[in-house]
Each structure stands twice: as structure tokens, then as C-alpha cells.
Design a protein around this ligand. Structure first.
Ligand code: XMP
Length: 328
């Protein structure tokens, strides 16, 4: 029998036992999982926890500002912002294999947390319990564990950056208080812990960000293009009141594909953008969201006229299975 209060109580006790009086760090992605994990751990050990937001250059338009605002206001935890865009993009340079991208991003996150550790230790120079940051808190939820093939050694579907994508020489001990929960349960816990609706009901966004929404190699120009297309989609869905109704609406750039088009009477040879709006209960299965045709038309017209280099918009109507929600 599942009750939110019970889950919170049990996890707070377990976290206190695990962390003791040591220091912990958590990476905030802006998504609900890491926010709820942070709130739980903060309830358990207070300011022994430091939250870190890493700008890896794979975020959506305005996302960093939105996250800073949302967390600055609502979450009492100490928040450090780290700009690691150059390091992430250099590490990803020329890489187009999806699993390799995921491993590189997972690895870079850890290296960035290790750098943050040095700052935290330096700041608490007089505290004998703060000579190191021993624990890394992660918002891993049950579906992440299953899809990374970690639950029972079964087949890997994709290595979620915080499970199968971790480096082998990880020096932090992991704290994963949501590991047994589904997303709807995580949202209940978040609400109970007092997190605001704009965090609890934010659409899921993967830790590797737009890095796994560019099919092909990643570079700044491609990221900027995708950010523009994605911003248009989000703007239109919000304007039409569809945010909550739709589980998630990834926008994908097929960077390795080009097709012929026509604009102002001249030939174009541009990239397609894929819309992937889905309904889901827990991200384990999904079906495509039936967005009104007129709205799709408007999105398509806006993207092809406002985003340079894109001359085609396609709609992904595949269920999960056999598709996954993200393309990589
Ligand atoms: P798929 O693509 O496997 O995605 O159907 C299921 C859900 O998980 C999200 N996702 C991730 N989240 N790190 C994350 O934090 C990851 O590496 C990752 N990969 C996929 C995806 O956005 C969807 O909500």
C-alpha cells in the first residue's frame, strides 16, 4: 500500500542514515526528478547538501534563466551555477553515436561535480566533516533503472546519463531516494514537500538535453538551430493550453539528413525537424499526442520560415514501443 507520507518518512530516515554528517552534492537538471530528490535530501540533512546546476550548452532557449529563477525562489538549498559549455561541446565534438554521446555526457557531469567539490571544501575550511564531498545525490527513477539495463542485468535500451552513463572510476557514493518510484509518484512526493507547480508539472527533459535530440554530430550552430525550433513548439503549445495535457514534446533535428525544398521560387536543401509530442503515464510506454492539425500547420509554417536551414517539418506518429520517446 503506497502512501506519500510513508515514502517521505522512510526515505528521509534512510538518507540520514546513509549521509550521516558528511557533505552531499546534487546536479539539478531543471526537471522534476532532480528537484524532488534535492528537496528530499534537503529535508533529511539540510545544508549539508549543495545543489549544482551545470550549463552544458545542451539546454533549451532561456532554460538556464528559468531554472535559476525557479530554484532561487523555491528551494532553500545552496545553489551553485557552473558554466561548462566549452568542456562539454569539446568532448562531444564529432561524436554521433547515441550511446557514446550519453557516456561522454554522463562522464562530463561527474568531472564537473568533482570540480565543484573543490569549491565546497574550500568554503567550509573550518568544518572537520567537510574535507570532502562524499555523496552524489541523483534523481534516478525506476524507469531510468530499467531502461539502462541496471535492474536485473537485462538488455540495455539506452544508458540514462545518470545510470549506465556513469564513469567507472566514480569517487562519489550514490544516494538515489527515488529509485523505486514512477514519475507520477515522484510528482506526488514533490507536491507534498511543497515544491511549486511549475517545477512539479514541468514536462520531463532528459539530463543529456538537446545532445540526444540532434541525430548526427553536435555543434553550436546545430544546437542554436534546434533551440529556435524547440522554442517555437513550446511557445505554441503553451499558447494553446496544451502543456499539462501532453506528457512531453521533444523536437529533434535530423542533422545528417537533407531534403530538397522551394522557397521564394528558389531551391533549398535543408534539414528536417521532427516533432515528437507524446502522451504517457510513466514514460515506459507512450502514444503520439493528437495535436490539432491547424496548430501543427502553424508550427510547421513558423519553423520553416523562422529557422534558417530547416525546410521541412515531420510528425513522429510512432508508439513506444516500438519507438522510444527520444530519438537517441
Ligand atoms: P525514452 O527515450 O527511453 O525516454 O523513451 C523515456 C523518458 O526518459 C527520458 N530520458 C532521460 N532522462 N537522462 C534523463 O534524465 C537520460 O539519459 C534520459 N534518456 C531519456 C526521456 O526524456 C523520457 O522522458
Amino acid at each position: 500500500d503506497w502512501s506519500v507520507e510513508q515514502v517521505i518518512e522512510q526515505q528521509v530516515a534512510a538518507i540520514r542514515k546513509q549521509i550521516g554528517n558528511k557533505r552531499a552534492i546534487i546536479g539539478l537538471s531543471g526537471g522534476v526528478d532532480s528537484a524532488v530528490a534535492a528537496a528530499l535530501v534537503q529535508r533529511a540533512v539540510g545544508d549539508q547538501l549543495t545543489a549544482v546546476y551545470v550549463n552544458h550548452g545542451l539546454m533549451r532557449k532561456n532554460e538556464s534563466a528559468e531554472i535559476q529563477q525557479a530554484f532561487g525562489d523555491s528551494n532553500g538549498a545552496r545553489l551553485i551555477m557552473i558554466d561548462a559549455e566549452d568542456e562539454f561541446l569539446a568532448a562531444l565534438d564529432g561524436v554521433s553515436d547515441p550511446e557514446q554521446k550519453r557516456k561522454i555526457i554522463g562522464d562530463r557531469f561527474i568531472r564537473t561535480f568533482e570540480q565543484a567539490e573543490a569549491d565546497i571544501v574550500a568554503e567550509s575550511a573550518n568544518d572537520p566533516d567537510a574535507t570532502e564531498v562524499k555523496f552524489l545525490v541523483q534523481g534516478t527513477i525506476y524507469p531510468d533503472v530499467i531502461e539502462s539495463g541496471d535492474a536485473d542485468g537485462s538488455k540495455v535500451i539506452k544508458s540514462h546519463h545518470n545510470v549506465g552513463g556513469l564513469p567507472e572510476d566514480l569517487e562519489f557514493e550514490l544516494v538515489e531516494p527515488l529509485r523505486q518510484l514512477f514519475k507520477d509518484e515522484v510528482r506526488e512526493v514533490g507536491t507534498k514537500l511543497g515544491l511549486p507547480d511549475e517545477i512539479v508539472w514541468r514536462q520531463p527533459f532528459p539530463g543529456p538535453g538537446l545532445g540526444i535530440r540532434i541525430v548526427g554530430a553536435i555543434n553550436r550552430q546545430r544546437l542554436d538551430l534546434l533551440r529556435e525550433a524547440d522554442a517555437i513548439v513550446r511557445e505554441e503549445l503553451t499558447a494553446n493550453g496544451l502543456d499539462r495535457e501532453i506528457w512531453q514534446s521533444p523536437v529533434v533535428l535530423l542533422a545528417d539528413v537533407r531534403s530538397v525544398g522551394v522557397s521564394d521560387g528558389g531551391r533549398t536543401y535543408g534539414h528536417p525537424i521532427v516533432l515528437r509530442p507524446v502522451h504517457s503515464e510513466d514514460a515506459m510506454t507512450a502514444s503520439f499526442a493528437r495535436i490539432p492539425y491547424d496548430l501543427l500547420d502553424r508550427i510547421s509554417q513558423r519553423i520553416t520560415s523562422e529557422v534558417e536551414g530547416v525546410n521541412r517539418v515531420v510528425l513522429d506518429i510512432t508508439g513506444k514501443p516500438p519507438g522510444t520517446i527520444e530519438w537517441e
